[in-house]
Design a protein around this ligand. Structure first.
Ligand code: ZN
Length: 505
């Protein structure tokens, strides 16, 4: 029986593990985790997955350079990628390590056979040039790979080709009709421009010797290994036990309410052209949304897979998961490249969360504690201050939803901060602490709207800064931070110490 709760599959791409995790992937993991948490808050049944792309030739090259076995290098780095979850308070439901996960080889083989059965795989000789950095054949006119700054190497070998040309039009239709959304528009335009040109068939295997035996053998042709992108893209199905074809596949792919891939801009074509073509060939539904983020630089320097590596560990440990998450969401705009100014991570946290929300909660709960016994609830006549906050707070969840729908988490963050700032301003204006002694009932009434605004703001913050939101919501006596204004009088506990619970009037 199909569940009536709408389901979402939220994914990161899987990173190469030829080096330790850098900040760029941490950014992607946080964006995807925030989306997954947001969907859960709205009552969806979510599966959030990540993993590592182990079967890349790059890993073979990196291991050879270090003089260690490929397995050893991969095992060392995948452990560091797994550790990113706890480090960033990102909680995937599954982590697919492609070289060792038995579900993965089975999934790749099933996807391969589906394309073969459809007549979409042919073996031919190929001569051309290959960028090992991209793990892709490059067009003849490209002297230097723009992504890697290296000259592609000449290669001539037999490969299996996927008949991409056959699927270019259906993929374009899916994008133009909006069935496959690519966000932002610039990424969508880039893909449509690519599809408007001549789309050539795609090599989807490598000579097993050139791959040093690393990778998944082509079913029925062990001299060839499956091309790393055909292999890596299949991970989205691996996690749903594609080869087993059971309940997970049904729930989170075939009948999913949402299938969203969060990716970096350098791999849009793989996700928006090749992957949909593989899926169409296999008779499977397409993803609904491909959410593309820009690259990060750190302190003005490019983080690249080949260049300076900016490791996540020391930065996350120095500032804490919430501060780093907040910086990513608030200051790095997904639709462009962004520079992480490490000197500004603490400042963003302090301005918005410690001074903004922290101060609001501190002031309201401290006064609430002084007013023990008074009912902190909506007054019979709503003041202008309270009404303004209520309207803002009631509008906030929809603003957050719209911002995330457009993959603009910084807009969501800005809307939350606006509510916090408005609540602090209202509190400054009404200054209920001045009348706490003389008119505790009026002081309690003036506290209600700022407290309620703080509670809703904290709830809406929880996908982005889960640790801070948890603490604040616990302090406000509402662990869920339900996004609705107007809990009954007395339910809002302005603690510590907690106020006695009273029945609604
Ligand atoms: Zn390249």
């Amino acid at each position: 029986m199909t569940s009536l709760i709408p389901t979402s599959l939220i994914t990161t791409a899987i990173p190469y593990v030829n080096a330790r995790p850098h900040l760029g992937f941490a950014y992607e993991l946080v964006l995807a985790d925030a989306l997954a948490r947001h969907r859960r808050r709205r009552g969806r049944d979510v599966r959030f997955i990540t993993g590592t792309d182990d079967n890349s030739l790059k890993n073979v090259v990196a291991a050879a350079r270090e003089g260690v076995a490929t397995e050893a290098l991969v095992a060392r780095h995948t452990a560091a990628f797994r550790a990113l979850g706890p480090l960033l308070d990102a909680v995937p439901d599954d982590f697919v390590q492609t070289s060792v996960d038995p579900r993965h080889r089975a999934a790749v083989e099933r996807l391969w056979r589906a394309a073969a059965d459809r007549g979409d795989l042919v073996r031919r000789r190929w001569t051309g040039r290959y960028c090992a950095g991209c793990e892709a054949f490059v067009d003849d006119g490209v002297a230097v790979c723009p992504e890697h700054g290296t000259a592609p190497e000449p290669v001539s070998e037999d490969n299996w080709f996927f008949r991409l040309s056959r699927w270019a039009a259906p993929v374009r239709d899916a994008i133009e009709s909006g069935r496959l959304a690519i966000v932002p528009d610039a990424a969508r335009a880039e893909i449509l421009a690519f599809l408007a040109g001549e789309v050539r068939d795609l090599s989807v295997s490598r000579d097993a010797r050139r791959a040093a035996g690393w990778g998944i053998p082509v079913p029925g042709d062990p001299d060839q290994v499956v091309y790393v992108w055909f292999d890596a893209l299949a991970y989205y199905l691996t996690s749903l036990d594609f080869a087993g074809g059971g309940a997970l596949l049904e729930r989170y792919w075939l009948a999913a309410g949402e299938r969203a891939h969060v990716i970096g801009k350098g791999i849009t074509r793989f996700h928006a052209v090749y992957w949909p073509a593989f899926l169409l060939s296999a008779g499977l539904p397409l993803p609904d949304r491909i959410l593309v983020h820009g690259y990060l630089t750190v302190d003005g320097e490019k983080i690249s897979k080949s260049g300076r590596s900016v490791e996540v560990g020391p930065i996350a440990e120095r500032f804490g998961a919430d501060a780093l998450r907040w910086y990513f969401v608030r200051r790095c705009r997904t639709r462009s490249d962004a520079d992480v100014d490490t000197g500004a991570i603490a400042a963003a946290h302090d301005r918005d969360l410690a001074d903004g929300l922290g101060n609001l909660v501190q002031r309201t709960t401290a006064l609430g504690a002084r007013l023990a016994g008074a009912v902190i609830g909506p007054s019979a006549v709503e003041t202008a201050e309270a009404a303004e906050l209520r309207v803002r707070a009631e509008a906030l969840p929809a603003r957050v939803d719209a911002a995330l729908e457009a993959f603009l988490p910084d807009d969501a963050a800005a809307a939350i901060v606006e509510l916090i700032d408005a609540a602090n301003r209202a509190l400054d204006r009404t200054a209920p602490w001045r009348i706490a002694r003389t008119d505790p009932a009026a002081a309690a009434a003036a506290l209600y709207a700022p407290l309620e605004a703080a509670r809703i703001a904290a709830g809406e913050l929880s996908p982005f800064v889960p640790g801070i939101a948890r603490t604040i919501l616990a302090r406000l006596g509402d662990p869920d931070g339900a996004p609705r204004w107007g809990r009954a009088a007395g339910e809002l506990r302005a603690g510590p110490p907690p106020l006695p619970r009273k029945q609604p009037a």
